[in-house]
Design a protein around this ligand. Structure first.
Ligand SMILES: Nc1ncnc2c1ncn2[C@@H]1O[C@H](COP(=O)(O)OP(=O)(O)OP(=O)(O)O)[C@@H](O)[C@H]1O
Length: 251
């Protein structure tokens, strides 16, 4: 994939199977969101091929998109709509009829404790409330593949437990989950396969146990640091603190 001549994905060759929860991790700028956007058909101009549900997504048939759910990172919602309007609208885009979408949305909203604001404009929601709406929007049409980009942003600890449980139940039912996040302990716990992308290439791919055996390190965070060759956090932090403390007249 090239952005204005800048190659960002150079070595991504993956087979993903139904029922997997894939933790997709990598340093900032590694190309995670770009991979997801290619699979969602949101960017083109890439080289290579992507098959979803056994079909090349470049074949012009957009039907596969109705079987996909997506929680974009920091996703923008139409703030002037109420949750009811927004969810009914997105449900319809995904092929539900209006009554079905509204009824299902109202029940899911209630489960997330937002029933009192179902008819309130989203602009009045807190960050976590907006995130719940995005998650509901991604699930409303019972998709077979779900892409989640930092889905726990802004959620409280109780909601995090619910989402983790939902993801594991959906995977058990055969849904495929592509989970991109920088929160290593969550990725470590929920994923049955972890893919580490660095500089546009896959540099590790396996279960957490596989990665641990190969790298002889304890936590996923430590494995991540090791595989990406990073060991300067202390030095960088020291430098930053000393710059922050500089004030005019010190020099
Ligand atoms: N629309 C764009 N135009 C130009 N370059 C882009 C664009 N989107 C992404 N890039 C570049 O592509 C590279 C990969 O970006 P991408 O957003 O896929 O990374 P990421 O792994 O998701 O990063 P992060 O963890 O910070 O979200 C970066 O170098 C970025 O600057």
């Amino acid at each position: 994939m090239n952005y204005g001549g800048n190659r960002v994905l150079t070595g991504v060759d993956l087979d993903v199977y139904q029922g997997q929860i894939i933790g997709y991790i990598g340093p900032n700028g590694a190309g995670k969101s770009t991979t997801v956007k290619i699979m969602l058909g949101l960017v083109d101009g890439y080289r290579g091929s992507v098959e979803i549900f056994d079909q090349d997504i470049a074949n012009g048939d957009q039907a596969y998109k109705q079987r996909i759910g997506y929680v974009p990172e920091g996703g923008d919602l139409y703030d002037n709509l109420t949750a009811c309007e927004y969810l009914t609208f997105t449900g319809r885009l995904y092929g539900l009829n209006e009554q079905e979408a509204e009824y299902k949305a109202s029940r899911l909203i209630e489960k997330f404790g937002l029933e009192d604001v179902f008819h309130t404009r989203i602009s009045a929601y807190s960050k976590g409330m907006k995130q719940k709406v995005l998650i509901i929007a991604s699930l409303l049409h019972d998709p077979d593949i779900i892409f989640l980009d930092e889905p726990l942003n802004g959620l409280d600890a109780n909601s995090v437990m619910i989402i983790k449980e939902i993801l594991s139940q959906l995977a058990e039912e055969g849904k495929t989950i592509f989970y991109s996040s920088h929160i290593m302990d969550v990725v470590e716990k929920i994923s049955n396969r972890i893919i580490l992308l660095a500089d546009g290439k896959v540099i590790a791919d396996g279960s957490f146990e596989d990665l641990r055996q190969k790298n002889k390190e304890g936590t996923l965070e430590e494995i991540f640091n090791q595989l990406t060759g990073f060991n300067q956090h202390k030095q960088i932090a020291d430098d930053i603190v000393s710059i922050v403390k500089e004030v005019e007249g010190d020099a």
